[in-house]
Ligand binder design. Structure first.
Ligand code: N01
Length: 561
């Protein structure tokens, strides 16, 4: 395994050529790195801006105890390079954050990507100029860069959400957000620690925090459904078998709606005997993690099927948690099983059997206020040395609307999306020419393995840019009609799913005041790929193209033909 220096790289002084490039990319996580690599491969000049001090994106920021991926390592990784697939060896079924970060650092070094990245720098604004068909991009360091194309790889879950709790600033103890965890060891031994939230981040960190803390208080507003991850070291035989024909393995995965392979039974939970159903749930439970939802094909489509899986799951939890009152408080009331992202944990429910762990129910009154030494909830005062905010993210749109991205008429994406995000193919936004977003609303996002989805969208974008270059076009824009049609397609795909009926970050319900709409496209990865391919094959149907006179286009720093 190759490990590189902990910080990105000394950023070289910027010369004139770097002030005018073909593309500016935001973010140096999985998306930004592959965008940089692919654009360079096709002869485009690129600058990447990254807020962090190193590559990694999600896996750079989310360093909380227990952070790991819930998609299998052999599938949650790049496939664009067979050499890379062969030389890297994952050690666990589900990679931990340090291993994922080491992998991303290895990719950055192996493909010489650091030289294209400016670290510790946020893109603050971008404005499109219709006379030059170029974006002017401004950064937190005061730099201004001109680019023909402006492309985001800024992350689905990267803008953290810290609720505006009353008197939060009065608290004098240590406080952390799981999504902005310090880069040094955090010591909790001998401390009274409070964790706020019981989503995936909390579920992974709670068992480890409980091992360290003198006492752990878990402040739970809504219980979540958690299944055991069943993480384990990877068997070298299993790895060898996949590597023997990795491309075929990947191709099979891409035929699945989620773009990852797991045992899936398309049958109905309602059409089998109770015994058969139980055996099926049990078998899938033993596999561990998200595949549990693959026990039957209608668990997320039919309320009765969903009730049946919930009943099975409740039996498991009641058997694990010693105190029946605590067990009941850990069981969601009336929520759809899998409506929010299913959480995969290790010893999560077992942790509530520890003497030093207290579950605090916030469902009635929430957190009343913070004090200098803790917080008040349900009329009770909790004295705390440290608070961990595991309160999630302003998902999918947060990192986009954080920037002032203005189209030719001066209106911003933030304004346009205040009534809900609208995109064409999840990739482009009407009114914002030469702009692309990856893994944003209207795209599959987390509903298809992230890295696979990133590679597909990146390849599509770079093919489109190459096609434009060959045709001499300097401007593209999604039409309003194509965008409206796609928004309808996204809504129609979501409609049959019980997920679209739940409060979750998928619908924006986790952020007070955020417009409620089911944001990702859940029609499945193959359908999405087919739609994107058909648009490309039909000369990028749904986009309009323009060309500046040749001399003017060249003056802007276009890539060579
Ligand atoms: O965030 P979340 P997360 N008062 O939004 C609570 C991915 N991920 O960081 O449900 C009190 O799920 C909130 O309560 P409620 C994965 O896609 C993946 O945990 O709104 N509590 C909830 O319990 C995941 O879905 C991995 O009532 C408040 C919690 O904070 C996504 O990231 C690991 C509150 C937020 O949960 C987000 O997960 C980690 C308030 N005012 C994350 N506001 C893996 O790959 C919010 N909460 C395994």
């Amino acid at each position: 395994m190759t490990h590189s220096a902990p910080t990105g790289a000394a950023t070289e002084p910027v010369d004139d050529a770097q002030r005018s490039v073909d593309a500016v990319v935001v973010g140096a996580g999985f998306a930004g790195l592959y965008l940089l690599h692919r654009l360079r491969q096709f002869g485009f000049t690129v600058r990447v801006f990254e807020a962090g001090s190193d590559v990694g994106g999600t896996w750079y920021w989310n360093r909380y105890p227990g952070a790991r991926c819930d998609i299998e390592s052999m599938q949650y990784s790049y496939q664009f390079s067979e050499e890379l697939q062969q030389e890297w060896t994952w050690t666990e079924r589900f990679a931990s954050q340090p291993e994922l970060l080491a992998y991303i650092q290895h990719v950055a070094d192996r493909f010489d990507l650091r030289s294209g990245i400016t670290f510790d720098t946020m893109v603050e604004g971008a404005r499109f100029d219709d006379s030059s068909h170029r974006w002017t991009i401004t950064t937190s360091s005061g730099e201004t860069v001109s680019a023909r194309f402006f492309i985001l790889g800024s992350g689905v879950l990267s803008t953290t959400n810290t609720p505006a709790f009353t008197d939060r600033d009065l608290f004098t103890g240590a406080s952390y957000h799981t999504g902005r965890w310090p880069h040094h060891e955090v010591e909790f031994a001998g401390q009274r620690v409070g964790v706020i939230g019981t989503g995936s981040s909390a579920i992974q960190s709670i068992p480890l925090l409980a091992e360290q803390a003198e006492h752990l208080f878990v402040f739970q507003r809504t219980p979540n459904y958690v299944v055991p991850a069943m993480n384990r070291p990877l068997d070298p035989e299993e790895v060898r078998a996949i590597k023997a024909d990795y491309p075929a393995f990947r191709a099979k995965a891409k035929e699945r709606p989620s773009a990852f392979l797991f045992p899936f039974n398309p049958g109905s939970a309602l059409e089998v005997s109770p015994e058969e159903r139980f055996e099926r749930f049990e078998a899938q439970w033993q596999i561990g993690g998200l595949p549990f939802l693959g026990a039957f094909g209608d668990l997320l489509l039919d309320r009765e099927a969903n009730r049946l899986v919930t009943e099975y799951w409740k039996g498991k939890i009641r058997a694990i948690v010693d105190d029946p009152d605590v067990a009941e408080r850990l069981i969601p009331k009336g929520d759809i099983f899998g409506g929010k992202r299913l959480c995969a944990g290790t010893d999560y429910y077992e942790t509530y059997n520890r003497e030093n762990v207290t579950l605090v129910d916030l469902s009635e009154d929430g957190i009343e206020r913070f004090t200098p030494t803790g917080l008040v909830a349900g009329g009770e005062t909790f004295e705390l040395d440290a608070v961990v905010f595991a309160t999630g993210f302003d998902a999918m749109t947060g990192s986009v609307v954080a920037m002032d991205i203005a189209g030719p008429d001066g209106s911003t994406i933030r304004e346009r999306w205040s009534t809900g995000p609208a995109t064409y193919l999840g990739l482009a936004v009407h009114g914002f020419p030469n702009f692309f977003n990856t893994q944003g609303p209207g795209g599959p996002g987390v509903f298809a393995t992230m890295v696979t989805g990133i590679e597909h969208q990146t390849d599509w974008i770079v093919d489109c840019l190459s096609w434009m270059r060959a045709k001499g076009y300097t401007r593209l824009e999604a039409t309003s009609e194509a965008q409206s049609d796609w928004v309808r397609t996204v809504a129609a795909a979501a409609e049959p799913s019980l997920r679209s009926k739940c409060d979750s970050w998928y619908t924006g319900a986790n952020i007070p005041g955020k417009h409620r709409v089911f944001m990702p496209y859940i029609g499945g990865f193959p359908a999405y790929v087919s739609q994107c391919s058909s648009v490309a094959e039909n000369d990028y149907e749904g986009f309009v193209f323009e060309a500046l006179p040749a001399g003017e286009a060249r003056a802007g720093g276009d890539a060579p033909d």
